[in-house]
Design a protein around this ligand. Sequence first.
Ligand code: EPU
Length: 343
Amino acid sequence: MSDIRPIPDFSLKALNTFGLDVRCAQYYPITSESQLELLAQSGVFGKKKFLLLGGGSNLLFVSEFFDGAVVHLNLKGREIEPIDAHFSILKAAAGENWHQIVLYGLHHNLGGLENLSLIPGNAGTAPVQNIGAYGTEICEVLEYVEGIDLLTGSRKRLSASECQFAYRDSVFKHALKDRFAITSVAMRLTRDDHNIRTHYGTISDELRNAGITQPTIHDISKVVIAIRKSKLPDPSVLANCGSFFKNPIVPPETAFNLKDKYPDMPLYHAGEQVKISAGWLIEKAGWKGVRIGRVGMHARQALVLVNYGGATGAELWNHALRIMDDVREKFGIDLQPEVNVIQ
Ligand code: EPU
């Protein structure tokens, strides 16, 4: 048990991409599944306030002290197992960097993750928010996740359907929140006959500009990397957590009423509902590229809340609340944070 003793009063500055100098009461660095099993079996998760930490790229600490235990899932390991002539399973431990796993799959000519290139964060947190970009979500390739029931310490495997995926949502944000820690993710990837997804507008434009008519998975990855680099600030240069808000999903009448008023407003199908663009709403409300003190919404992507240096979590959260109030007042739409806000 000695190797799972926590470190007291630990700074999380290097472990959150908003770069906030937050301290926690106890810090547990977890590097093996058995450590996590022991920790769960010791009953710690039933007794203490705690937070499971992955890559820290989707997290806003509002206060400067987290009065609980931070359990940092830093498990490493990756493997590829062919299942037949056409598919392989790529399995990654929770603490592997997501983009490195995408590149690893591409290096082995496996298809399915290319549209998800360069998303910050770790493999283990990718299913929690069902990461998605450029016309793909992880739920489309996810075969299963493995993890540990935090109340019993037992290992479990959940199929994709048990993960209850939806837009930026899964069972890990609801019934299994604070109940289950993902230790590895397994994705079913194509070995040949790759499903090339170019339907997201900017991808087809970029391919056309580059003169590529028969794109490979490698071309798609390169184009996605180029688009992301052109719009989204690199968290290691400018502290941010990607999209701060979700794109609102609203009833068709709400969307079409707005569209009548604002014909340039983009709309997307979302089953029976309609997805509207939070970035457009924020830009239209006048906040794109506007900096107030040390915080602001990014100049090339209005959905990205930026810490220009030295801001506190409270400053960032107050700015988010200001934007939410203004968008509600101007458009009657409630924005919801996509980032996990820890009060
Ligand atoms: N738009 C604006 N102004 C902006 C930003 C967007 O008007 O400042 C409008 C434009 O019409 C643009 C459309 O919104 O064409 C879509 O913009 P973009 O392709 O940048 O995508 P998004 O809907 O703003 C979502 C994801 C991103 C993901 C991109 C690309 C969410 C919350 N965000 O953003 O994910 O990279 O699509 O697929 O769904 C993240 O989750 O952290 C993230 C960056």
